[in-house]
Structures are given as structure tokens and as C-alpha cells.
Design a protein. Structure first.
Length: 262
């Protein structure tokens, strides 16, 4: 693993580098989504703000989820390069997009629809940062041929132990979900349908991968992330149902319902 890239006297954390690449990719995808929808909003600025909010939320949720680290490290845990919780980043990132979409008069749910493909792909790319740094997001021990060891990671695996490379699994799932959502957003849909599908698909993906991750179980043999994932699926299903009762819109003219143009 390569937690840091050393250039002269500088050490660049690979997690931060991949997070930056994830933000760039998400900004490009959302900007193209805005162009397809014929919107003039600042997609790049929205992504940048959502990423910053997501980082803060992911760190705060991780601290709440693992109070033992706070007891051991104190306030230093907030500046640690490891330890980010998916659900906290999701909640804070979505909140930032909702506010920005409302202020830009695009519409909160419509903004989330436009951001959903970018969020899925950006999340997948960000997981490569976890993989390269070996920050402990890997899975449980496995005998499968693609199992991997992380001896030089930030949180190294025990000698001779091979584990599930779960960041790679999530990278693949993020790309597949992102591709599907981009394709789906190019079809007629009710406002809120795309973000609803994102919440359902990403929630299912995270729920399943948690079975082979090292996170502690808290209720009914489910981890905190799995409980959050179930909530994500429920909310997403509700949005899909709500959107199905709304007028369908064309992706290039989403403000005008199909069949109701003046």
C-alpha cells in the first residue's frame, strides 16, 4: 500500500489525493448534467461546497460512532487523516446541495437528481484512497484468491492475514451505480426519482458490503452503517414512490412537465 507519495521534502497523503480526484470527477459529471438540463448554475461550486460539508460530516459522524478513538486521542481525532463515516458525509453533503439548489432557484430535489450520478462515482473514486492508504476500511479475513494484505497501511493487517479488499468492491459498485443513474437521468422521470434510486442502490450496496467489513455490530448483528443504510433505502423508496406520482419531465427541459408545455 502507498499511504503517502514522497516528493522531495513533501509527503502527499494518497487518501487526500484521491479525495481531490473524486471531487474533480464529480464536478465534471455534475457540470455535464447541468448542460444536459440546460441550466446555467455553478455546478462546480456546488460540488466543492458539498464535498467540504461531506468531509466535515463524515469526520463528525465517525467521532460519534467510535467514541473510543475520541477518548484515546482527544480533539486530535478531528484532524486525523483516517476515520470518515459514509453516512455523515451523505447527510451533510445532501444538506449542502439542498440549500444551494434552493438558493439558486433550481429546486432542492432537482439539484439532488442532478448530483446523484456524480455522488455515486465520486464516492467510488474516493474509496481508492482508502485502498491505497490502508486506513482500516478493508474487510474481514478471507481465503479467497483475491484477498489482500495491507502490511504497510495506516492500520496494517496482522502478518500473514489476507482480507477482503472492500474499498475495491465499493469502487466497482460506485461506478456501476453512477453509470446507471447517469443513463436513467437522461430518460423521462419525475423530480426526485433519480436521487431516490441513488439512496436505494447505494444503501443496498453499503448494507451488503458491511457483512464482510470489520465494523462492530451494535443491534441485531448489524453495524451502525447498516442501520443507516436501511434508513437510506426507506427514504429512497419513499422518494421514488412520490416521484412516480409527479408529472414526467424531459431531461433537457425539466421545468416543463411532458405533455403540459405551453
Amino acid at each position: 500500500m502507498v499511504p503517502y507519495i514522497h516528493l522531495w521534502h513533501f509527503s502527499i497523503p494518497t487518501f487526500g489525493l484521491m479525495l481531490w480526484l473524486a471531487a474533480v470527477a464529480a464536478a465534471i459529471i455534475m457540470d455535464r448534467g447541468f448542460k444536459r438540463a440546460r441550466l446555467d448554475g455553478d455546478a462546480v461550486g456546488m460540488v466543492a461546497t458539498a464535498v467540504l460539508a461531506g468531509i466535515v460530516g463524515a469526520k463528525l459522524w465517525h467521532v460519534v460512532d467510535t467514541p473510543s478513538e475520541f477518548r484515546d486521542l482527544g480533539w486530535r481525532v478531528l484532524w486525523d487523516t483516517a476515520g470518515f463515516a459514509w453516512f455523515g458525509g451523505l447527510v451533510f453533503g445532501i444538506s449542502a446541495l439542498l440549500i444551494q439548489g434552493w438558493r439558486a432557484k433550481i429546486g432542492a430535489l432537482r439539484t439532488l437528481d442532478l448530483a446523484a450520478p456524480a455522488a455515486a462515482i465520486g464516492y467510488g473514486i474516493g474509496r481508492i484512497g482508502c485502498f491505497l492508504s490502508g486506513d482500516g476500511c478493508y474487510g474481514i479475513e478471507t481465503k479467497l484468491p483475491w484477498g489482500m494484505a495491507f502490511p504497510n497501511g495506516i492500520e496494517p493487517t496482522p502478518p500473514g492475514v489476507r482480507v477482503h479488499p472492500t474499498p475495491l468492491y465499493e469502487f466497482g459498485m460506485g461506478l456501476v451505480i453512477g453509470w446507471y443513474l447517469w443513463w436513467r437521468a437522461g430518460k423521462r422521470h419525475g423530480t426526485g426519482a433519480i436521487v431516490g434510486e441513488y439512496l436505494v442502490l447505494s444503501g443496498i450496496a453499503r448494507f451488503l458490503v458491511e457483512f464482510i467489513r470489520r465494523n462492530p455490530k451494535i443491534i441485531a448483528e448489524l453495524s451502525n452503517a447498516q442501520l443507516a443504510s436501511l434508513g437510506s433505502v426507506v427514504v429512497g423508496a419513499g422518494l421514488i414512490w412520490w416521484a412516480s406520482r409527479r408529472p414526467l419531465t424531459e431531461p433537457g427541459a425539466a421545468t416543463t412537465p411532458v405533455g403540459k408545455a405551453a
